[in-house]
Ligand binder design. Structure first.
Ligand code: MRU
Length: 334
């Protein structure tokens, strides 16, 4: 079994498991500065809404090291918050973590106390995520215990949260409780979070799985092979509209067509209380080369253009339940 702690904190640097190289190369990216963390988030060395937030929190902490006065710490902090907030727009957990870190700063604390409180807060955000994941796992597994054949999309496991995961955490918990029969893993073009990362985690857990192409959901559902779809979320609006990895909406529509429950799993911090519906969610558009290539090789004719939305929006009416650490919501009025 491979050891794959997604983030390791050393005194003055953080090591981020390089998710671009998994599953065949297990290598850590060393972040010594907040700019390194910004690069890692933008370039998807580290990814998954909650883990982006946790990495950003430690990025803020790194920015406070080597400051010599409260004023320079304040300046560094503002710079770090700005730089990190510009990395990826959709995952609300990033902004949640930055807000939490911002609240720590106080002119009433000494320089060293400010720095150690920043470090403690970053660990607290991470610990809370680990605890939330466990409860999401329990709540989701009980809700789905009679539906053992699961289809999932993207990667929502340890590599995305730093805990056991959200949607994948439910799958792992169902497996431990003996509720799981089979898992189908969407490969998740273009970045292959499913076939590279989810498969890596399931294999490490000793859970049997089948990787399927993203467009297999129709045949799988029509053949009656799927009892439930479980996905994660990058941002959930007050009415339950959900932004998640591109392809999620297609799955939700197809699940509705086949009368299969479509479940979203996320910590409460993914619910953005500031927005009433999905219309207000900014969907990240990434570089077209990610689509024009398969892995490192260009597959499209040279000169082709592509459109690369990284996420899509699923209407609340397509979602049967949203599972958080607190409860299973079947009505969405957050
Ligand atoms: O672009 P990514 O890989 O960061 O997208 C990840 C997802 O869409 C996940 O489903 C989401 O962040 C939830 S992770 C628990």
């Amino acid at each position: 079994m491979a050891n794959y702690e997604p983030l390791i904190v050393k005194d003055d640097r953080i090591l981020l498991l390089n998710q671009k190289k998994l599953p065949h190369i297990v290598e850590y990216f060393e972040a010594k500065t907040v700019e390194d963390v910004c690069f890692a988030i933008k370039d998807m060395v580290v990814r998954g809404a909650p883990l982006i937030g946790i990495a950003a929190a430690f990025g803020v902490y790194l920015s406070t090291l080597n400051t010599r006065s409260i004023d320079s710490l304040k300046e560094q902090l503002e710079y770090a918050l700005l730089c990190l907030s510009k990395t990826r727009p959709t995952a609300v957990n990033l902004f949640f973590a930055l807000d939490e870190m911002k609240k720590v700063f106080s002119f009433d604390l000494s320089l060293s106390d400010n720095i150690s409180e920043m470090r403690d807060k970053a660990f607290e955000i991470w610990d809370n995520q680990k605890k939330s994941d466990l409860m999401i796992g329990v709540n989701g597994a009980e809700f789905l215990k009679d539906r053992g054949r699961i289809l999932t999309h993207c990667n929502t496991g340890s590599l995305a949260t730093g805990g056991i995961g959200t949607a994948l955490g439910i799958i792992k918990t169902m497996n431990k409780k003996g509720y799981l029969e089979s898992v189908f893993v969407d490969e998740t073009r273009p970045y292959l979070q499913g076939s590279r990362l989810t498969a890596f985690e399931l294999q490490n857990e000793g859970i049997d799985y089948r990787i399927v192409t993203d467009n297999s959901c129709g045949i799988l559902m029509k053949k009656g092979l799927i009892d439930a779809v479980i996905v994660g979320a990058d941002r959930i609006a007050r009415n339950g509209d959900t932004a998640n990895k591109v392809g999620t909406y297609c799955l939700a529509v197809m699940a509705k067509r086949h009368n299969i429950p479509f479940i979203v799993a996320a910590p409460e911090s993914t619910i953005d209380k500031n927005i009433s519906s999905g219309k207000d969610i900014v969907v990240e558009e990434r570089d077209e080369t990610e689509v024009l290539k398969f892995g490192n090789s260009f597959t499209a004719p040279h000169g082709s253009k592509a459109l690369n939305y990284s996420f899509d929006l699923t209407d609340n009416s397509l979602i049967a339940a949203i599972v958080t650490q607190k409860q299973v919501y079947e009505r969405f009025e957050f």
